[in-house]
Design a protein around this ligand. Structure first.
Ligand code: HEC
Ligand code: HEC
Length: 332
């Protein structure tokens, strides 16, 4: 009897957890699409993470309030859950998604709010939010707090999943016809002599296509090389003054090119960036942390050149082989 009783008790609780998760995702989606959460009411998360562009914006660098340009290319949010990222942003400056989702709201060139108090004020002005927060966070005495805003936004972002790709069908379902002959040759190069899979890992289901690590890219470093001593000093000086790394990076293009150094201030980290997942990569041009590479062909050429330079094994790929590689990337 006890077993039956417990089973009956348990079932509604599980349903509730599921319903609660769905409510948080729905609330996060509403916040994601709300332009009132920006200083001048013109920018929402979806202004830069556009659903019809794989949650990127197709621009070289992001454009926020007042038409201000940032310094970095907007990454796709579709890759986030499946790549199981453990750090966020191109330089990995955040370790928790719940921290990362709040940063754009107070970034001066993204959504431009003064602080989290202003964010709360704006959300409180909308009675529908008061109700939605109370429903989505029934256990909180005070449901409308930054921590819960972060949970709602992170729940929504994590719920985004790309459609099944041809490579998923090939690798996960064993459908050997899912990749066309050209893409199959490309896969061979990606894993083999191209050595792409050393960083864009094929492990995971679906494949993460990143190693979650940071590497020197060569992209953007040439422009700042003569100025390196001054720039590194500037980063250290400004970091001592406090303030969010993201705000500094988005407003100082030269310093942004120092990559992971902005986070660790370790000279070994100058010019290192997080390996991006290549999921849906054919749809997310332009490429690289600064959006400086316009097309997938150019991105492949750059990677082939810089990676072989770095590894010390010059890599010769014919035009045909580059086309194969591209055909494979188009199926991810
Ligand atoms: C003005 C354009 C813009 C707006 C608005 C914007 N983002 Fe972003 N987002 C970016 C850019 C650019 C980056 C990369 C910044 C960097 O790496 O320095 C980014 C990165 C992220 C990341 C990290 C992704 C990763 O792979 O590491 C998350 C999560 C994110 N944004 C969520 C949001 C949410 C949630 C909102 C709304 C509250 C938002 N963004 C608003 C442009 C924008
Ligand atoms: C040593 C690690 C490493 C290897 C090997 C590597 N990549 Fe990358 N890849 C990266 C990093 C790091 C970036 C980001 C660079 C940046 O933004 O400056 C990147 C960026 C890219 C991008 C742009 C993605 C985007 O969303 O902007 C493409 C495309 C790409 N790589 C393809 C390849 C191909 C093809 C190969 C094999 C020829 C390869 N990579 C080998 C680490 C690597």
């Amino acid at each position: 009897m006890l077993g039956v009783f417990m089973a009956q008790q348990k079932a509604p609780a599980q349903v509730d957890a599921h319903a609660l998760a769905a409510q948080r995702i729905a609330l996060g989606k509403q916040l994601f699409n709300d332009a009132h959460l920006s200083a001048d009411g013109s920018i929402r998360c979806a202004s830069c993470h556009m659903p019809d562009k794989d949650y990127t914006d197709g621009r070289r660098v992001a454009i926020g309030i007042g038409g201000h340009a940032g310094t970095r290319n907007t990454p796709s949010l579709l890759t986030l859950a499946i790549s199981q990222d453990t750090s966020f942003f191109w330089d990995g400056r955040r370790q928790a998604l719940q921290e990362a989702v709040l940063d754009p709201l107070t970034n001066p060139v993204e959504m431009g709010l003064h602080d989290q108090a202003e964010l709360l004020q704006r959300i409180q002005q909308n009675p529908a939010y008061q109700i939605a927060f109370a429903q989505a966070f029934p256990e909180s005495k005070q449901a409308l707090v930054p921590g819960n805003i972060a949970i709602a936004l992170a729940s929504y972002v994590q719920s985004l999943r790309p459609a099944e790709s041809a490579y998923d069908r090939y690798a996960l379902r064993g459908d050997k016809t899912a990749l066309n002959p050209r893409a199959l040759l490309g896969l061979g190069i990606f894993q083999g002599k191209g050595r792409c899979a050393e960083c864009h890992l094929l492990q995971g289901s679906p494949a993460t296509l990143t190693d979650h690590a940071f590497h020197r890219t060569g992209v953007g470093l040439d422009g700042i090389a003569p100025d390196l001593p001054r720039l590194t000093q500037e980063v250290i000086r400004r970091s001592l003054q406090g303030g969010a790394i993201g705000n500094r990076v988005a407003t100082h293009a030269d310093e942004a090119q120092l990559g992971r150094f902005n986070v660790t201030q370790d000279p070994a980290d100058i010019g290192l960036f997080r390996t991006p997942s290549l999921r849906d990569v054919a749809n997310t041009a332009p490429y690289m942390h600064d959006g400086s590479v316009a097309t997938l062909d150019d991105a492949i050429d750059r990677e082939v050149y810089y990676r072989s330079l770095q590894a010390g094994h010059p890599l010769q790929l014919t035009v045909e082989e580059r086309e194969d590689l591209k055909a494979f990337l188009q199926e991810l």
